[in-house]
Ligand binder design. Sequence first.
Ligand code: PEP
Length: 251
Amino acid sequence: MRRPLVAGNWKMNGSREMTEILVSGIGSGLPESDAVDVVVCPPFVYLDLCSATAGGTPIAMGAQDLDIHEPGAFTGAIAADMLVDIGCEFVILGHSERRSLYAESDADVGVKASVAAAKGLTPIICVGETREERESNVTADVVCRQLDAVIDGAGIDIFPRALVAYEPVWAIGTGLTATDEQAQEVHSLIRQRIADASGQAAEGTRILYGGSVKPDNAAGLFSQPDIDGGLIGGASLKAADFLGIIEAAIP
Ligand code: PEP
């Protein structure tokens, strides 16, 4: 059985004060059950404080991106080695905001996944279709194309350690959520696509759902057979909401 995981993507939100309050609030409110892996992904500049605040709790930490190069003359960039050094175990890759606002291609995400895995980080690889793509009935094509680029670029062996997050772009930050059935349909497709390369990898890979997950819709989504937890944006910025979603992921 796959262990559920709930990750919070803070995006470009936070402050030192918020990091301390939020991480200690999550840490002190975690359910007694330790059946769910919990990850928080603050902006780079708050990772160190997050790590110090989360110390002694089961909260793991992730970054929201990485640079593929070895440390050196890459002004403004953050290397995978630095993320490991500061205590990150996870890294979100290919978030739709990075794809649309920073022109990250499918191939870029594949290379990043390869570097992350080689450096010992666990990639959380985001895939998902826009509203126009869903309305044009090309959801499967888009999601498979994004996933194939990762399998081609990083190899199937990064799974089942790597995670996939299905995040329909039309559901991110909009308050619109895929129905449980819509999400399950795409999750099952993703698992099948991984299975085409390796059945064992597919069986173990955790596939998260992301897109306006809240405490009141999380349980329905997480009860689907191929949904193994969530990647949470807005609701990860409030300890009570994030904790409610973690509770909903307990099997
Ligand atoms: C996200 O950005 O990864 C996300 C899922 O955001 P939200 O939960 O706010 O829709």
